[in-house]
Design a protein around this ligand. Structure first.
Ligand code: TZP
Ligand code: MG
Length: 219
């Protein structure tokens, strides 16, 4: 039913995140300070996902993250706040399906930002595909404690199924991924491997990040 050449009258065609190779290790963090800690280690893709700030404090955090990412030439995706991401010139925006009701996708596309979309089930994959985003995220691959979700973890099998269904997208795996599970996620050939707690709740975030980057580099 769902094929890679399924066309749709929606006029978006966001540049795919393939220019600089795979997205690689993709930490999802809640403060700009994390960029200062992780980007010097060689992380090249990162997401700022702030859920507890508003107003000026939120804007300052986003501005700061964009500045740090620029210094390291890293790909920074801003979660949710597409308008601030445009205003301050982020590399990209990451949205969930519920954000699609209100986000101005035309404005994001016109401003030249990349767009990543979350998908949690087959229907959401189809809906996201109609928008032709820069990458598709699939989650939760494993059980996660970082976000309340009604979805049963997909496991590697569904991740593979969806990726093979739409192989022209860079896919990002997320949900319950840690150092132990990294090799099996790598085996799927996804472009990006995203995580919150395995890095931000680690006793030694820099150490675990270095180890994961090394694993990814050596295949
Ligand atoms: N979307 C799908 S799973 C998830 C999000 C935001 C949370 C991932 O966090 P963790 O700690 O890596 O499981
Ligand atoms: Mg959202």
């Amino acid at each position: 039913l769902l094929t890679a050449d399924m066309s749709d009258p929606i006029p978006y065609d966001f540049p795919r995140c393939t220019e600089q190779g795979a997205l690689g290790l993709y930490p999802v963090v809640d403060r700009a300070d994390w960029l200062e800690r992780l980007l010097p280690l060689g992380v090249t893709t990162i997401q700022l996902r702030v859920k507890d700030l508003q107003g000026q404090a939120l804007e300052d955090e986003i501005k700061k993250a964009i500045q740090i990412a620029e210094n390291f030439q890293a790909r920074l995706f801003i979660n949710d706040y597409w308008s601030l991401a445009i205003q301050h010139g982020a590399y990209g925006v990451h949205l969930g399906q519920e954000d699609l009701e209100t986000a101005d996708l035309t404005a994001i596309a016109k401003a030249g930002l990349r767009l990543g979309l979350s998908t949690h089930c087959y229907y959401e994959v189809a809906r996201a595909h109609a928008i032709k985003p820069s990458y598709l995220a699939c989650g939760p691959v494993y059980h996660t404690d970082s976000k309340d979700m009604p979805w049963i973890p997909h496991g590697i099998d569904n991740l593979m199924k969806w990726k093979n269904l739409l192989p022209d997208y860079p896919w990002v795996a997320i949900g319950g991924i840690n150092l132990q599970r990294l090799p099996q996620v790598m085996n799927t050939g996804v472009s990006g491997i995203a995580m919150i707690s395995a890095i931000t709740h680690a006793d030694e975030p820099e150490e675990v990040t270095r180890t994961m980057l090394e694993l990814l580099k050596n295949g």
